[in-house]
Design a protein around this ligand. Structure first.
Ligand SMILES: [Zn+2]
Ligand SMILES: [Zn+2]
Length: 399
């Protein structure tokens, strides 16, 4: 955290319910101390940054991200974790849940051990607030790109191994509620203050409702790898859209779901229950091509689309949160405060950290992104410190 006082002046500022067209932010010891419209006049502050009329918006929070720029979180190598975190920081993500995918169980435990250590040490990327384990406690009928032979029933013994391998840094677990032991797993996770996200599930409507009642707080990529909505068989999708409580997570690349589905989900869940994520793999930021040496891991990237090689099965995305933000603005008529809810504040609410992060309000951490008129991230601030500044902005944002 940056100690001392700094000011960001000449900024458009996106607040939770409105926008200040020209104003300034005062930041003390990494937290927002004052927000005001108008020109900044007093000059006894040493550190004054000029936003040059660009827009300050809350830093993006990504609760489902597997990697980026060649680095994957599904590795025991901290250098890979750091590559991914740097890539996403550059694209405006200030906080994330580093997300693992199903792998052989003992390898997963080794990965979690390494990931929990690197997550708490590196200072040069997006903050990792915890780990999200996607698999192995998911349905063999909706595996997506996960390897079916590596999936497990819901087991309290095994989840304890997962939790202790990550040294209590597990924050979210994707669970299919209908698998054997699935509901007990959700209840157990809730008792440990860990979020269950319903996903990779073939649940009936009733089974998904039972999962929500057992305590599931969020979903893993609503619509993708999930029993679909049908008019006499509403499935897991129907249960999630029908619930006032559970949050709905969406991958917004225009490939995983049609843009009309995004608008329908918005109408159904409301702006306070949608959370956009990347589900980015290590190929985010990489050129097109064939990647991966193991047969069950080989993937092909073509444009923004990544599939298991030789199939049409989607294997994560090539997104970053800045692209997600731009897509949301393109696909639906949303104000900037609304865009910030679905890229930042709702994620903070899912985590129960909305008193610290997720919006620009006095008392919260100064986790911010500066956006130009095209909504491209020019600079990313974490706890009062510019951690990434794009070319052309160094002078205005240096001391
Ligand atoms: Zn998935
Ligand atoms: Zn994923």
């Amino acid at each position: 955290m940056q100690s001392g006082t700094c000011v960001i002046k000449n900024a458009r500022i996106v607040l939770p319910e409105s926008v200040i067209s020209n104003g300034f932010l005062e930041i003390v010891d990494g937290r927002i101390a004052r927000i005001s419209a108008g020109e900044y006049s007093t000059s006894n502050t040493e550190l004054i940054f000029d936003a040059q009329k660009a827009t300050l918006t809350p830093g993006f929070i990504d609760l489902h991200v597997h990697g980026g720029n060649g680095g994957t979180f599904n590795s025991i190598d901290p250098a890979e974790h750091n590559l991914a975190r740097k890539f996403h920081l550059k694209n405006g993500t200030t906080s994330m849940l580093a997300t693992t995918h199903t792998t052989e169980f003992s390898s997963l435990l080794a990965i979690l051990k390494s990931l929990s250590t690197s997550s708490r040490s590196n200072e040069n990327g997006s903050k990792v607030l915890g780990i999200h384990t996607e698999g192995p406690f998911i349905s063999e009928y909706k595996p997506g790109a996960h390897v079916v032979a590596q999936l497990r029933a819901g087991s309290l013994l095994e989840i304890d191994k997962v939790i202790s391998a990550a040294d209590d840094f597990i924050t979210m677990v994707t669970v299919a509620p209908e698998i054997p032991g699935g509901l007990d797993l959700i209840k157990y996770l809730k008792s440990k203050n860990i979020i269950s996200a319903i996903g990779h599930t073939n649940a009936t409507y009733a089974q998904a409702v039972a999962g929500i009642k057992a305590g599931a707080r969020s979903t893993t990529h609503l619509f993708n790898a999930m029993s679909a909505l049908s008019h006499r068989d509403p499935g897991a999708v129907g249960a999630i859209l029908d619930s006032d409580e559970i949050f709905a997570e969406l991958i917004l690349d225009g490939i995983h779901i049609d843009e009309a589905i995004f608008r329908i989900a918005l109408k159904s869940k409301g702006i306070n229950r949608i959370n956009l994520i990347t589900d980015a793999t290590y190929l985010a930021g990489f050129p097109d091509g064939d990647y991966g040496s193991l047969p069950d891991r080989a993937v092909t990237k073509t444009g923004g689309k990544i599939v298991v090689a030789g199939t049409d099965t989607l294997a994560g995305s090539a997104l970053d949160m800045n692209m997600v933000y731009k897509n949301a603005a393109k696909f639906a008529q949303l104000s900037q405060p609304e865009l910030s809810k679905i890229t930042s504040l709702n994620a903070a609410r899912i985590l129960g950290k909305e008193s610290d992060i997720g919006s620009i309000e006095v008392g919260k951490l100064a986790d911010l992104v500066l956006l130009d008129t095209e909504f491209s991230a020019c600079a990313t601030m974490v706890e009062g410190q510019w951690k990434h500044v794009s070319a052309g902005w160094e002078e205005a944002l240096s001391r």
